[in-house]
Design a protein around this ligand. Sequence first.
Ligand SMILES: [Ca+2]
Length: 162
Amino acid sequence: MPASAGGTWFCNGVLGAYHQGREPDEGELKLFRIDRKIAFDWKLGSPAEGIEGDDFSVVWSGYLRPPVSGEYTFRVYSDDGVRLYVNSVMLIDRWEPVNLEMTAAKEKIFLREGEFYPLRLEYKEHYINSTVYLFWEAPGLELSVVPEDCFFVEREIFDKYK
Ligand SMILES: [Ca+2]
């Protein structure tokens, strides 16, 4: 459902910038698209047509809107590396290759129900499996994949890349 804050309208989703190459800054930008959530198991395959299944990277950006107020712990299950920023705080820095591992944030972060917090998740795949899931938990909120209705992007971005 669309929502507004500070005169800006938001729609559900998160913007994925897909690159061929392990480093988003150095790789070739192949595709922007709106993803509904960050929960992908591409296994040996490719995330999209025109992108090879090895040596790619994705930067997701948008907003999180928490369903409850409290101290959140984020976790990413991935293969390979990830860096997570919430409200511009770097919570996970695990950029080396990993094999299907859950990585917990170094610290908790307090988030208020119903507010929009900037999200940035950088992900890279070296080879073989490619997998990435974003989880959160908080008091009163069980450990779970962050659900679709808690991701937002500005409506202009949604309309351009949906
Ligand atoms: Ca891999």
